[in-house]
Design a protein around this ligand. Structure first.
Ligand code: HSE
Length: 424
Protein backbone atom coordinates (compact mmCIF):
# COMPACT_ATOMS: atom_id res chain seq x y z
CA UNK A 1 0.00 0.00 0.00
CA UNK A 2 1.34 3.40 -1.02
CA UNK A 3 1.93 5.68 1.98
CA UNK A 4 0.11 8.64 0.40
CA UNK A 5 -3.01 6.59 0.02
CA UNK A 6 -5.95 6.77 2.37
CA UNK A 7 -6.51 3.45 4.10
CA UNK A 8 -10.21 2.86 4.06
CA UNK A 9 -12.50 0.77 6.21
CA UNK A 10 -15.99 0.30 4.80
CA UNK A 11 -18.71 -0.47 7.34
CA UNK A 12 -21.83 -1.74 5.57
CA UNK A 13 -21.64 -3.79 2.41
CA UNK A 14 -25.11 -3.44 0.90
CA UNK A 15 -26.01 -1.83 -2.41
CA UNK A 16 -23.93 1.32 -1.92
CA UNK A 17 -20.98 -0.41 -0.20
CA UNK A 18 -20.62 -2.93 -3.03
CA UNK A 19 -20.97 -0.19 -5.63
CA UNK A 20 -18.27 1.86 -3.94
CA UNK A 21 -16.04 -1.20 -4.08
CA UNK A 22 -16.64 -1.40 -7.84
CA UNK A 23 -16.30 2.31 -8.68
CA UNK A 24 -13.08 2.54 -6.69
CA UNK A 25 -11.55 -0.14 -8.97
CA UNK A 26 -12.47 2.11 -11.93
CA UNK A 27 -10.68 5.10 -10.46
CA UNK A 28 -7.02 4.12 -9.94
CA UNK A 29 -5.99 7.75 -9.59
CA UNK A 30 -8.02 8.14 -6.37
CA UNK A 31 -5.47 7.96 -3.59
CA UNK A 32 -7.31 5.39 -1.53
CA UNK A 33 -7.15 1.66 -0.93
CA UNK A 34 -9.66 -0.52 0.85
CA UNK A 35 -8.08 -2.04 3.94
CA UNK A 36 -11.09 -3.79 5.51
CA UNK A 37 -14.77 -4.26 4.73
CA UNK A 38 -17.24 -5.05 7.50
CA UNK A 39 -20.63 -6.53 6.70
CA UNK A 40 -23.50 -7.40 9.05
CA UNK A 41 -24.41 -10.90 8.00
CA UNK A 42 -21.72 -13.62 7.60
CA UNK A 43 -24.21 -16.00 5.99
CA UNK A 44 -25.42 -13.74 3.20
CA UNK A 45 -24.61 -14.72 -0.41
CA UNK A 46 -22.73 -11.88 -2.11
CA UNK A 47 -21.70 -11.26 -5.70
CA UNK A 48 -18.55 -9.55 -4.43
CA UNK A 49 -16.58 -11.12 -1.58
CA UNK A 50 -13.63 -8.88 -0.67
CA UNK A 51 -10.61 -10.78 0.61
CA UNK A 52 -10.57 -8.61 3.73
CA UNK A 53 -14.26 -9.07 4.62
CA UNK A 54 -14.94 -9.04 8.38
CA UNK A 55 -18.04 -8.86 10.56
CA UNK A 56 -17.15 -6.64 13.48
CA UNK A 57 -17.03 -2.84 13.03
CA UNK A 58 -14.52 -2.57 15.85
CA UNK A 59 -11.92 -4.02 13.45
CA UNK A 60 -12.24 -0.76 11.53
CA UNK A 61 -12.97 1.98 14.06
CA UNK A 62 -10.27 0.74 16.46
CA UNK A 63 -7.69 -0.19 13.81
CA UNK A 64 -4.36 1.66 13.95
CA UNK A 65 -3.88 1.21 10.23
CA UNK A 66 -7.15 2.61 8.91
CA UNK A 67 -7.37 6.40 8.63
CA UNK A 68 -10.71 6.78 6.81
CA UNK A 69 -14.00 5.19 7.81
CA UNK A 70 -16.81 4.92 5.27
CA UNK A 71 -20.06 4.35 7.15
CA UNK A 72 -22.84 2.91 5.00
CA UNK A 73 -25.18 1.16 7.40
CA UNK A 74 -28.95 1.60 7.80
CA UNK A 75 -29.22 1.95 11.56
CA UNK A 76 -28.82 5.66 12.36
CA UNK A 77 -28.23 5.18 16.12
CA UNK A 78 -25.50 2.61 15.56
CA UNK A 79 -24.07 4.81 12.78
CA UNK A 80 -23.75 7.78 15.17
CA UNK A 81 -21.86 5.65 17.71
CA UNK A 82 -19.47 4.38 15.03
CA UNK A 83 -18.89 7.84 13.59
CA UNK A 84 -18.22 9.27 17.04
CA UNK A 85 -15.70 6.57 17.95
CA UNK A 86 -14.01 6.87 14.57
CA UNK A 87 -13.64 10.68 14.82
CA UNK A 88 -12.34 10.53 18.41
CA UNK A 89 -9.91 7.78 17.31
CA UNK A 90 -8.43 10.27 14.84
CA UNK A 91 -10.09 9.02 11.67
CA UNK A 92 -11.91 10.97 9.00
CA UNK A 93 -15.36 9.73 8.04
CA UNK A 94 -17.58 9.55 4.97
CA UNK A 95 -21.24 8.81 5.58
CA UNK A 96 -24.37 8.48 3.47
CA UNK A 97 -26.72 8.29 6.44
CA UNK A 98 -29.05 11.30 6.06
CA UNK A 99 -31.17 10.47 9.10
CA UNK A 100 -28.15 10.22 11.39
CA UNK A 101 -26.73 13.46 10.03
CA UNK A 102 -29.95 15.52 9.92
CA UNK A 103 -30.98 14.51 13.44
CA UNK A 104 -27.57 15.25 14.93
CA UNK A 105 -26.24 18.28 13.06
CA UNK A 106 -25.05 20.11 16.15
CA UNK A 107 -23.22 17.06 17.45
CA UNK A 108 -21.71 16.31 14.03
CA UNK A 109 -20.32 19.86 13.86
CA UNK A 110 -19.11 19.80 17.46
CA UNK A 111 -17.32 16.45 17.08
CA UNK A 112 -15.40 17.81 14.10
CA UNK A 113 -14.41 20.92 16.07
CA UNK A 114 -13.31 18.80 19.07
CA UNK A 115 -11.26 16.31 17.08
CA UNK A 116 -10.08 18.35 14.10
CA UNK A 117 -11.23 15.46 11.94
CA UNK A 118 -13.62 15.73 9.01
CA UNK A 119 -16.89 14.02 8.18
CA UNK A 120 -18.14 14.41 4.61
CA UNK A 121 -21.65 13.38 3.56
CA UNK A 122 -22.36 14.57 0.03
CA UNK A 123 -23.67 11.05 -0.64
CA UNK A 124 -26.46 11.65 1.87
CA UNK A 125 -28.41 14.05 -0.36
CA UNK A 126 -29.24 13.57 -4.05
CA UNK A 127 -26.92 10.64 -4.79
CA UNK A 128 -24.50 11.65 -7.51
CA UNK A 129 -25.43 15.36 -7.59
CA UNK A 130 -22.78 17.37 -5.71
CA UNK A 131 -25.29 19.68 -4.11
CA UNK A 132 -23.89 20.01 -0.59
CA UNK A 133 -20.38 20.95 -1.64
CA UNK A 134 -21.76 23.43 -4.17
CA UNK A 135 -23.98 25.09 -1.57
CA UNK A 136 -21.01 25.24 0.76
CA UNK A 137 -18.46 26.55 -1.74
CA UNK A 138 -20.07 28.19 -4.74
CA UNK A 139 -23.19 29.65 -3.13
CA UNK A 140 -21.26 30.92 -0.12
CA UNK A 141 -22.78 34.41 -0.27
CA UNK A 142 -26.05 36.11 0.67
CA UNK A 143 -27.77 35.84 -2.71
CA UNK A 144 -29.37 32.40 -2.30
CA UNK A 145 -33.16 32.65 -1.93
CA UNK A 146 -34.72 29.23 -2.58
CA UNK A 147 -33.79 25.58 -2.80
CA UNK A 148 -36.52 23.52 -4.48
CA UNK A 149 -35.86 19.90 -5.27
CA UNK A 150 -36.94 16.43 -6.09
CA UNK A 151 -34.73 14.75 -3.50
CA UNK A 152 -36.18 11.25 -3.31
CA UNK A 153 -35.51 9.05 -6.32
CA UNK A 154 -37.87 6.23 -5.29
CA UNK A 155 -40.93 8.47 -4.99
CA UNK A 156 -40.08 10.13 -8.27
CA UNK A 157 -39.72 6.73 -9.92
CA UNK A 158 -43.11 5.62 -8.58
CA UNK A 159 -44.86 8.85 -9.64
CA UNK A 160 -43.34 8.64 -13.13
CA UNK A 161 -44.34 5.00 -13.59
CA UNK A 162 -47.91 5.73 -12.44
CA UNK A 163 -48.26 8.85 -14.58
CA UNK A 164 -46.42 7.92 -17.78
CA UNK A 165 -46.83 4.14 -17.82
CA UNK A 166 -50.16 3.73 -15.97
CA UNK A 167 -48.62 1.31 -13.45
CA UNK A 168 -50.15 0.73 -10.04
CA UNK A 169 -48.54 2.25 -6.97
CA UNK A 170 -47.71 -1.24 -5.63
CA UNK A 171 -46.01 -2.40 -8.86
CA UNK A 172 -44.02 0.81 -9.19
CA UNK A 173 -42.85 0.60 -5.56
CA UNK A 174 -41.79 -3.04 -6.04
CA UNK A 175 -39.72 -1.98 -9.07
CA UNK A 176 -38.10 0.86 -7.07
CA UNK A 177 -37.10 -1.73 -4.48
CA UNK A 178 -35.82 -4.23 -7.09
CA UNK A 179 -33.72 -1.50 -8.70
CA UNK A 180 -32.06 -0.66 -5.39
CA UNK A 181 -33.48 2.88 -5.25
CA UNK A 182 -35.66 2.42 -2.17
CA UNK A 183 -34.48 2.26 1.44
CA UNK A 184 -34.75 -1.08 3.28
CA UNK A 185 -37.91 0.38 4.85
CA UNK A 186 -39.60 2.13 1.87
CA UNK A 187 -41.90 4.12 4.19
CA UNK A 188 -38.84 6.27 4.62
CA UNK A 189 -39.04 7.14 0.89
CA UNK A 190 -42.77 7.31 0.19
CA UNK A 191 -43.88 9.15 3.33
CA UNK A 192 -41.44 12.00 2.90
CA UNK A 193 -38.93 11.30 5.71
CA UNK A 194 -35.98 10.76 3.35
CA UNK A 195 -36.57 14.04 1.49
CA UNK A 196 -37.15 15.86 4.79
CA UNK A 197 -33.79 14.72 6.21
CA UNK A 198 -32.04 15.71 2.98
CA UNK A 199 -33.76 19.12 3.03
CA UNK A 200 -32.55 19.74 6.59
CA UNK A 201 -28.97 19.07 5.46
CA UNK A 202 -29.33 21.37 2.43
CA UNK A 203 -30.88 24.10 4.61
CA UNK A 204 -27.83 24.05 6.88
CA UNK A 205 -25.36 24.31 4.02
CA UNK A 206 -27.50 26.72 1.97
CA UNK A 207 -28.74 29.10 4.64
CA UNK A 208 -26.81 28.31 7.85
CA UNK A 209 -29.94 27.32 9.74
CA UNK A 210 -30.12 24.18 11.89
CA UNK A 211 -33.66 22.82 11.84
CA UNK A 212 -35.02 19.96 13.94
CA UNK A 213 -37.05 17.32 12.06
CA UNK A 214 -40.06 17.96 14.32
CA UNK A 215 -40.20 21.53 13.03
CA UNK A 216 -40.51 20.54 9.37
CA UNK A 217 -43.88 19.75 7.82
CA UNK A 218 -43.55 16.71 5.56
CA UNK A 219 -45.93 14.40 3.80
CA UNK A 220 -45.35 11.90 1.02
CA UNK A 221 -47.00 10.02 -1.80
CA UNK A 222 -48.20 6.80 -0.14
CA UNK A 223 -51.87 7.91 -0.25
CA UNK A 224 -51.88 8.81 -3.95
CA UNK A 225 -54.60 7.34 -6.17
CA UNK A 226 -55.69 7.40 -9.79
CA UNK A 227 -57.98 10.32 -8.89
CA UNK A 228 -55.02 12.54 -8.10
CA UNK A 229 -53.19 11.46 -11.25
CA UNK A 230 -56.33 12.21 -13.32
CA UNK A 231 -56.67 15.63 -11.65
CA UNK A 232 -53.08 16.39 -12.68
CA UNK A 233 -53.41 14.97 -16.18
CA UNK A 234 -56.58 16.93 -16.97
CA UNK A 235 -54.76 20.15 -16.17
CA UNK A 236 -51.54 19.27 -18.01
CA UNK A 237 -49.62 19.00 -14.73
CA UNK A 238 -47.43 16.31 -13.16
CA UNK A 239 -47.23 15.37 -9.50
CA UNK A 240 -43.75 15.48 -7.95
CA UNK A 241 -42.58 15.10 -4.36
CA UNK A 242 -41.02 18.49 -3.68
CA UNK A 243 -38.71 19.64 -0.91
CA UNK A 244 -38.55 23.38 -0.55
CA UNK A 245 -36.58 25.82 1.61
CA UNK A 246 -36.87 29.54 0.99
CA UNK A 247 -35.91 32.83 2.55
CA UNK A 248 -38.90 34.84 3.73
CA UNK A 249 -38.99 38.44 4.91
CA UNK A 250 -37.52 39.24 8.30
CA UNK A 251 -34.38 37.08 7.81
CA UNK A 252 -36.37 33.84 8.11
CA UNK A 253 -36.34 30.55 6.26
CA UNK A 254 -39.42 28.37 5.66
CA UNK A 255 -39.22 24.73 4.66
CA UNK A 256 -41.45 21.74 3.93
CA UNK A 257 -41.70 18.51 1.95
CA UNK A 258 -44.89 17.58 0.08
CA UNK A 259 -46.21 16.46 -3.29
CA UNK A 260 -46.91 19.31 -5.70
CA UNK A 261 -48.73 19.77 -8.99
CA UNK A 262 -45.96 20.93 -11.29
CA UNK A 263 -46.46 22.96 -14.48
CA UNK A 264 -44.58 22.15 -17.73
CA UNK A 265 -42.65 25.45 -17.44
CA UNK A 266 -41.12 24.33 -14.15
CA UNK A 267 -37.56 23.00 -14.43
CA UNK A 268 -38.58 19.97 -12.35
CA UNK A 269 -41.40 18.91 -14.71
CA UNK A 270 -39.09 16.74 -16.83
CA UNK A 271 -37.12 15.32 -13.92
CA UNK A 272 -38.51 11.79 -14.08
CA UNK A 273 -37.86 8.25 -12.84
CA UNK A 274 -35.15 7.94 -10.21
CA UNK A 275 -33.54 11.22 -11.22
CA UNK A 276 -33.27 14.08 -8.77
CA UNK A 277 -33.30 17.77 -9.61
CA UNK A 278 -32.51 20.75 -7.43
CA UNK A 279 -33.38 24.30 -8.45
CA UNK A 280 -31.16 26.83 -6.77
CA UNK A 281 -32.56 30.32 -7.03
CA UNK A 282 -30.87 33.51 -5.99
CA UNK A 283 -30.88 37.21 -6.43
CA UNK A 284 -28.83 38.24 -9.46
CA UNK A 285 -28.41 34.77 -10.96
CA UNK A 286 -32.08 33.67 -11.02
CA UNK A 287 -32.58 29.90 -11.30
CA UNK A 288 -30.12 27.07 -11.84
CA UNK A 289 -30.95 23.39 -12.11
CA UNK A 290 -28.73 20.59 -10.85
CA UNK A 291 -29.90 17.30 -12.30
CA UNK A 292 -28.73 13.71 -11.99
CA UNK A 293 -29.23 10.24 -10.60
CA UNK A 294 -30.27 10.54 -6.99
CA UNK A 295 -30.64 6.89 -6.06
CA UNK A 296 -29.11 3.53 -6.85
CA UNK A 297 -25.83 1.90 -5.93
CA UNK A 298 -23.43 3.27 -8.51
CA UNK A 299 -24.58 6.93 -8.47
CA UNK A 300 -24.45 6.98 -4.67
CA UNK A 301 -21.21 4.97 -4.65
CA UNK A 302 -19.68 7.60 -6.94
CA UNK A 303 -20.70 10.35 -4.47
CA UNK A 304 -18.95 8.40 -1.69
CA UNK A 305 -15.90 8.07 -3.93
CA UNK A 306 -15.90 11.82 -4.48
CA UNK A 307 -16.00 12.42 -0.71
CA UNK A 308 -13.09 10.00 -0.24
CA UNK A 309 -11.18 11.89 -2.89
CA UNK A 310 -12.01 15.22 -1.18
CA UNK A 311 -10.62 13.81 2.08
CA UNK A 312 -7.41 12.93 0.28
CA UNK A 313 -7.14 16.68 -0.38
CA UNK A 314 -7.83 17.48 3.31
CA UNK A 315 -11.25 18.93 2.50
CA UNK A 316 -13.56 19.86 5.39
CA UNK A 317 -16.98 21.49 5.40
CA UNK A 318 -16.53 24.94 6.86
CA UNK A 319 -20.26 25.52 7.54
CA UNK A 320 -19.69 29.03 6.25
CA UNK A 321 -23.32 30.16 6.42
CA UNK A 322 -23.66 28.92 9.99
CA UNK A 323 -20.85 31.22 10.99
CA UNK A 324 -22.41 34.32 9.47
CA UNK A 325 -23.33 36.91 12.14
CA UNK A 326 -27.05 36.45 11.60
CA UNK A 327 -28.21 33.16 10.05
CA UNK A 328 -31.97 33.08 9.34
CA UNK A 329 -34.40 31.59 11.84
CA UNK A 330 -37.10 29.10 10.91
CA UNK A 331 -40.54 30.47 10.13
CA UNK A 332 -43.83 28.72 9.39
CA UNK A 333 -45.51 32.02 8.72
CA UNK A 334 -46.17 31.46 5.02
CA UNK A 335 -49.31 30.72 3.02
CA UNK A 336 -49.63 27.79 0.64
CA UNK A 337 -52.29 26.92 -1.91
CA UNK A 338 -53.13 23.25 -1.27
CA UNK A 339 -55.19 20.39 -2.64
CA UNK A 340 -56.70 17.95 -0.09
CA UNK A 341 -58.46 14.72 -1.16
CA UNK A 342 -60.42 12.78 1.45
CA UNK A 343 -63.14 10.15 1.79
CA UNK A 344 -65.57 11.57 4.35
CA UNK A 345 -67.24 14.93 3.66
CA UNK A 346 -66.86 16.03 7.31
CA UNK A 347 -63.06 15.92 6.91
CA UNK A 348 -63.30 19.45 5.58
CA UNK A 349 -63.92 20.58 9.14
CA UNK A 350 -60.41 19.60 10.21
CA UNK A 351 -58.67 21.25 7.23
CA UNK A 352 -57.02 24.46 8.47
CA UNK A 353 -58.20 26.45 5.45
CA UNK A 354 -57.91 30.22 5.24
CA UNK A 355 -59.76 30.34 1.91
CA UNK A 356 -61.58 27.82 -0.28
CA UNK A 357 -61.08 28.17 -4.02
CA UNK A 358 -62.43 24.92 -5.46
CA UNK A 359 -64.38 21.93 -4.15
CA UNK A 360 -65.49 18.58 -5.49
CA UNK A 361 -68.03 16.46 -3.62
CA UNK A 362 -68.57 13.12 -5.32
CA UNK A 363 -69.79 9.61 -4.62
CA UNK A 364 -66.25 8.15 -4.36
CA UNK A 365 -64.15 10.97 -2.97
CA UNK A 366 -63.99 14.69 -2.24
CA UNK A 367 -61.36 17.31 -2.71
CA UNK A 368 -60.88 20.92 -1.69
CA UNK A 369 -58.37 23.44 -2.96
CA UNK A 370 -57.62 26.41 -0.74
CA UNK A 371 -54.99 28.37 1.12
CA UNK A 372 -53.45 27.29 4.42
CA UNK A 373 -50.73 28.55 6.69
CA UNK A 374 -47.67 26.32 6.93
CA UNK A 375 -47.83 26.68 10.73
CA UNK A 376 -51.36 25.23 10.70
CA UNK A 377 -50.24 22.25 8.62
CA UNK A 378 -47.51 21.55 11.16
CA UNK A 379 -49.83 21.89 14.17
CA UNK A 380 -52.49 19.68 12.56
CA UNK A 381 -50.16 17.19 10.92
CA UNK A 382 -51.34 14.14 12.94
CA UNK A 383 -54.98 14.74 12.03
CA UNK A 384 -54.16 15.53 8.42
CA UNK A 385 -52.18 12.30 8.06
CA UNK A 386 -55.06 10.38 9.65
CA UNK A 387 -58.03 11.80 7.76
CA UNK A 388 -56.71 13.19 4.46
CA UNK A 389 -55.95 10.56 1.81
CA UNK A 390 -53.64 12.77 -0.24
CA UNK A 391 -52.52 16.38 -0.04
CA UNK A 392 -50.37 18.39 -2.41
CA UNK A 393 -49.32 21.91 -3.22
CA UNK A 394 -51.78 23.02 -5.87
CA UNK A 395 -49.41 25.50 -7.36
CA UNK A 396 -45.65 25.69 -7.42
CA UNK A 397 -43.68 28.45 -8.99
CA UNK A 398 -40.06 29.41 -9.11
CA UNK A 399 -40.78 33.07 -9.13
CA UNK A 400 -39.34 35.01 -6.26
CA UNK A 401 -41.49 34.89 -3.16
CA UNK A 402 -41.44 38.66 -3.05
CA UNK A 403 -42.94 38.86 -6.54
CA UNK A 404 -45.69 36.55 -5.38
CA UNK A 405 -46.35 38.51 -2.30
CA UNK A 406 -46.53 41.86 -4.04
CA UNK A 407 -48.08 41.02 -7.39
CA UNK A 408 -50.33 38.01 -6.98
CA UNK A 409 -53.80 38.05 -5.69
CA UNK A 410 -53.73 34.93 -3.54
CA UNK A 411 -52.91 36.59 -0.26
CA UNK A 412 -56.10 37.41 1.68
CA UNK A 413 -55.34 39.98 4.33
CA UNK A 414 -58.80 39.56 5.86
CA UNK A 415 -58.31 35.86 6.51
CA UNK A 416 -54.60 35.40 7.00
CA UNK A 417 -52.55 36.95 9.77
CA UNK A 418 -50.92 40.14 8.53
CA UNK A 419 -47.39 38.77 8.60
CA UNK A 420 -48.13 35.65 6.54
CA UNK A 421 -46.69 35.58 3.02
CA UNK A 422 -47.98 33.47 0.18
CA UNK A 423 -44.95 31.77 -1.23
CA UNK A 424 -46.16 29.16 -3.65
N1 HSE B 1 -33.92 5.85 -1.10
C1 HSE B 1 -33.24 7.02 -1.56
C2 HSE B 1 -34.01 7.58 -2.73
C3 HSE B 1 -31.84 6.66 -1.96
O1 HSE B 1 -34.89 6.90 -3.25
O2 HSE B 1 -33.75 8.71 -3.13
C4 HSE B 1 -30.94 7.83 -2.11
O3 HSE B 1 -30.84 8.58 -0.95
Amino acid sequence: MNNNQLKIGIIGFGTVGQSLYEVLQKSPSTKAAIHTVVAKNPNKQRSIVPENLKFNASEIINSNEIDTVVELIDDDKEALKLVKTALYNGKNVVSGNKKMIAENLEEIIRMQQDTGQSILYDASACGSIPVIRNLEEYYDNDLLQNITGILNGSSNYILTQMYAHHKTYEDALAEAQENGFAESNPTFDVDGYDAMYKLIILTLHGFGTIVKPENVFYTGISGISGNDISFAREKGLKIKLIAHACKVPGNKVALFVMPAFVEPENYLYNVDDEFNGVIIEGEAYDKQLMFGKGAGGHPTGSAVLSDISALSHQYKYEYKKLHLPNPPEVSEDVMLKMYFRYQKPETIDILPLQTIEEQHIGPQYHYTVGTVKLADLLINSDNLRKFVSFMALRRISNESIFTHYQNKNYYRQSLAPVNAHLIL
